[in-house]
Ligand binder design. Structure first.
Ligand SMILES: [Mn+2]
Length: 269
């Protein structure tokens, strides 16, 4: 972990605060998906297909799940250190569009799984000191994704909160159990037989999820049920994570927008 300077982050807490109602912060323009007017709005006008597709299910419009729909659930983080420069955007109500260029080809492949199987739109552009190794880039990308998730979830009202999925990939099977509790915890039970997949150090998988958990406020359990091939094991893990996260972030139509906690609040504090 290095000392990071957040040069630009979405003021998610402000944006999703009850004092800043969706009706005032959202709007449509010319029948196209319109992003909410924000002080840093210029950042959201990148010509990215990820962001161009964002908004289905957002803007308070009807979504496939029926029932409660909230504001657009988008998180954006720019994170710059002496080691890395990371830009992440995530739309929880996306269509599975991925635009990922991390400097780590295998991680790009895994983030594509996150988008595809989570039906999130995921934009990640990163440069880093990969001439040393992938450690800093892997960590900082995961920290930024976690922060973007934190932002996009806002006050976590109306969501399922829990997710559970087991994904097979040929001989491999990985189970993911997660809770968007606000409390960071990782139990990682992967047993990856080789040190590398391509150029990617397989030790970085657990580190990726630990970093993501820390900034997103997520309780995450990963269990490997079977597997011989390292690529299969890791990919099954990302697919199961994507599906479980999709479950957890989707709206519970019976909850009518209330916080899924008997305490009445899901926060990181
Ligand atoms: Mn693959």
């Amino acid at each position: 972990m290095t000392t990071a300077r957040l040069v630009s982050t979405s003021p998610g807490a402000l944006y999703y605060s009850p004092a800043y109602p969706a009706s005032k912060s959202l709007g449509r323009a010319s029948g196209r998906v319109a992003f909410p007017a924000r002080p840093y709005g210029a950042l959201l006008h990148l010509s990215s297909p990820v962001m161009a597709s964002a908004g289905a299910g957002g803007n308070g419009s009807p979504n496939a799940q029926g029932g409660f729909t909230g504001p657009s659930r988008i998180g954006e983080v720019k994170r710059v250190t002496k080691e890395t420069n990371v830009h992440v955007k995530i739309n929880l109500d996306g269509t599975g569009v991925a635009e990922c260029s991390t400097g780590i080809p295998f991680l790009d492949h895994m983030l594509d799984q996150l988008a595809s199987h989570g039906l999130f739109d995921v934009y990640v552009k990163a440069t880093g000191d990969t001439h040393i190794d992938d450690h800093h880039s892997n960590e900082d990308i995961a920290l930024a994704i976690g922060t973007a998730l934190l932002q996009s979830l806002g006050d976590r009202k109306g969501i399922n909160r829990f997710g559970h999925f087991t994904a097979p990939l040929d001989e491999a099977a990985v189970e993911v159990i997660l809770d968007l509790s606000g409390r960071p915890h990782l139990s990682c039970g992967l047993d990856i037989p080789t040190q590398r997949v391509g150029t990617y150090d397989t030790q970085l998988v657990e580190h990726f999820f630990q970093s993501l958990v820390n900034t997103s406020g997520m309780t995450l359990h990963i269990r490997q049920l079977a597997g011989e091939n390292s690529h299969h094991i890791i990919e099954a893990c990302f697919k199961a994570f994507a599906r479980a996260l999709r479950q957890a972030t989707e709206y519970d139509s019976r909850r009518h927008g209330t916080v899924p906690s008997s305490k009445g609040v899901l926060s990181r504090s």
